[in-house]
Design a protein around this ligand. Structure first.
Ligand code: NAD
Length: 365
């Protein structure tokens, strides 16, 4: 039976990448019934919202989506659709596998790890107090009364809050991922030595979940600055890394750089009822319509989707075909060539052709 999934092509370079990804996913032989749903700036002009209810309902009904990048206007206009989707569907876990494939130009060829980032809490909860707002003065007063600390008048404040509930479920997600994909260790990153009551709670909760629920999987913790240092010195020692929101954001970009850049970094946002697969990169609008950018990050997100729906063999075949194309180095986009203006670089759709040809060869053999 065909798998029912929502496909959001995105904007900017999203539609070209999405078409390449649709083709490789269908070439695996797995059957999909796509519900194509537009969102973003054009939809905003037509329908007065960049994320119509129909898009969210489509994903809710199917529990599964793949999405191209969507542009967020800077300064004015609507807020990030990507963030809105994560909130509305309660996609609390962001998974970002970072694996160095042979043939990629990287100083970190032994990297093969997965960042598991909490998506809702921490400094991203959006609880902020503006400079000059009377609410900020009331907050200063409250802190003076309760802490005896005198904060300066000229401050803006962002609140960092971390809950036991939010931490338990992200840590469980990290261990469940480790179990499902044969990973042997979970590392929690934090700054509990300084933020004892927020990161400290994250660490204490992570330790408890590890000890009580997953005694068979190794668990360790690292202070996040030390973790950054160690990742670029000994990446091969890391496996699954679970982090609160802000550190997760930073470390997933660090690790994307370590494995060859944004063109190769896949991701997924997972909740209890729905999963949305998307690349780490944005819509790269300056390349729109040029058949130029690398579709591999979203293809690898598609590989994650196949694993998620238990189409493991198809996922392995797709990953192997992508790895072969990378290793051979001829049918790859500009970002994977030794120089950005390399005339032998191919376009987005030619990468899909090469990957499909590899899979067909395997099937025929
Ligand atoms: P970006 O990732 O779109 O592009 C930055 C640069 O990285 C590009 O100019 C290009 O040189 C390179 N790049 C990105 N993707 C590539 C690919 N697939 N192949 C080759 N090179 C690639 O980041 P940005 O310019 O900061 O953001 C553009 C827009 O995308 C913004 O509106 C931003 O809000 C949005 N965005 C969306 C998502 C998402 O949909 N999940 C994620 C990040 C950014």
């Amino acid at each position: 039976m065909a798998h029912r999934a929502t496909f959001i092509p995105g904007d900017g370079t999203g539609p070209e990448i999405s078409e390449a990804v649709r083709r490789v996913l269908e070439a695996t032989g797995v059957e999909f019934e796509w519900d194509w749903q537009d969102a973003g700036a054009d939809v905003y002009e037509r329908e007065g919202t960049p994320l119509p209810d129909r898009v969210v309902e489509s994903i809710r009904e199917r529990g599964l989506a793949i999405k191209g990048p969507l542009t967020t206007p800077i300064g004015s206009g609507f807020r990030s659709i990507n963030v809105a989707l994560r909130k509305q569907l309660d996609l609390y876990a962001c998974l970002r596998p970072c694996k160095s494939y042979e043939g990629v130009r990287t100083r970190f060829p032994e990297t093969d790890l997965v960042i598991v980032r909490e998506n809702h809490e921490d400094l991203y909860a959006g609880i902020e107090y503006e400079l000059g707002d009377p609410k900020t003065d009331r907050l200063r007063e409250f802190i003076r009364e309760t802490e005896g600390t005198e904060l300066r008048e000229d401050i803006g404040v962002s609140i960092k809050s971390i809950s036991v509930y939010g931490t338990e479920r992200i840590v469980r997600e990290a261990f469940e991922y480790a179990k499902a994909y044969g990973r042997s260790k979970v590392t929690a990153g934090h700054k509990a030595n300084i933020m004892k009551l927020s990161d400290g709670l994250f660490l204490e909760t992570a330790r408890r979940v590890a000890e009580e629920e997953y005694p068979d999987i190794e668990f360790e913790d690292r202070i996040v600055d030390n973790l950054c240092n160690q990742l670029v010195s000994r990446p091969e020692e890391y496996d699954v890394i679970v982090l609160p929101n802000l550190y997760g954001d930073m470390l997933s970009d660090l690790c994307a750089g370590m494995i060859g850049g944004l063109g190769l970094a896949p991701g997924a946002n997972i909740g209890d009822d729905c999963a949305v697969f998307e690349a780490v990169h944005g819509s790269a609008p300056k390349y729109k319509g040029q058949n130029k950018v690398n579709p591999m990050a979203l293809m690898l997100s598609g590989m994650m989707l196949l694993n998620h729906i238990e189409e493991r063999e198809a996922a392995d075949r797709l990953e192997q075909a992508i790895a072969d194309v990378i290793r051979e180095g001829s049918s790859v986009t500009y970002d994977m060539k030794p120089t950005r203006d390399d005339p032998t670089a191919v376009g987005t759709s030619e990468v899909a052709d090469a990957i499909i040809a590899k899979m067909e060869r395997v099937t025929a053999a």
